[in-house]
Design a protein around this ligand. Sequence first.
Ligand code: AMP
Ligand code: FE
Ligand code: FE
Ligand code: ZN
Length: 289
Amino acid sequence: MTDVQRFSGPNDLHLHSNHSDGTESPAEVVRQAHAHGIRTLALTDHDRTTGWDEASGVTSSLGMTFLPGMELSAKHEWRSVHVLGYLFDPEDAALGAETDHIRDDRIGRAERIVRRIGRDYDFTWEDVQAQTVGDATVGRPHIADALVARGLVSDRSAAFDGILHPREGYYEPHYAPDPLTAVSLITNAGGVAIIAHPVTTGRDRMMPVAFIEQLISAGLGGFEIEHRENTEAGKRMLRDLASKHDLIVTGSSDYHGAGKPNLPGENTTSDAMVARLIERATGTAPRYA
Ligand code: AMP
Ligand code: FE
Ligand code: FE
Ligand code: ZN
């Protein structure tokens, strides 16, 4: 055991609370992860770090290790790209300014989507606010929950396949930085940047490999390979790319509480890879029990 290896697995490095689009408080997310056998976890709310303290209060009382994290929204051309950041400095000014910008723009964008839906359905911004806890990072999942509460769809998945799908004409994207900027911001804040679910089908097509290699040159730490939305062919390609460039590879649940079928621990990250993340990061320390 190296001196950084004071944690123990199983390790789940991608979970969401109601500080973004999960349905549970940070404390509840930790309790659910613990009940599913997880002993080291990262809370990775979209564009927000405010859940860290509540989550780490519970990990420490349960004898678990907490890795501070975030899922930073980015965009390559039309593709939405999610960049997981771990162990960065939460006070970093440049990263903070960027997440403020993204979160502000998400609000206006969500209001415009809701206004368009409201032309065809009995549906208002108040419906969405009723599904949003405090200052949560607002996204389509909150609109989906409001559509469910109105009886317009059966669940989040049905909302994403129907009214919220771009083909229906209500959708618009939100502001997000280029992935190169996202990787640099996280890295410059002392964190490790890992591309979340890089090879999903349908929802987003994959970034070109040449562009991924530019991200590696810009300091990208690795890829989230074991994730239910990655294709098998995509995972094989990423494993080859990761071994060629000696990158970190992770596996995670992307738990969103009741908002998605994903369960804590359905995919996990090896202890060796968690140790590499910790060794590489300089922005903030893991919170051990
Ligand atoms: P947004 O960033 O507002 O465009 O919303 C994207 C978020 O919606 C992602 O972070 C996912 O967590 C969630 N999402 C995407 N597709 C689905 C789905 N089919 N069911 C539930 N949640 C989804
Ligand atoms: Fe999400
Ligand atoms: Fe994501
Ligand atoms: Zn996520």
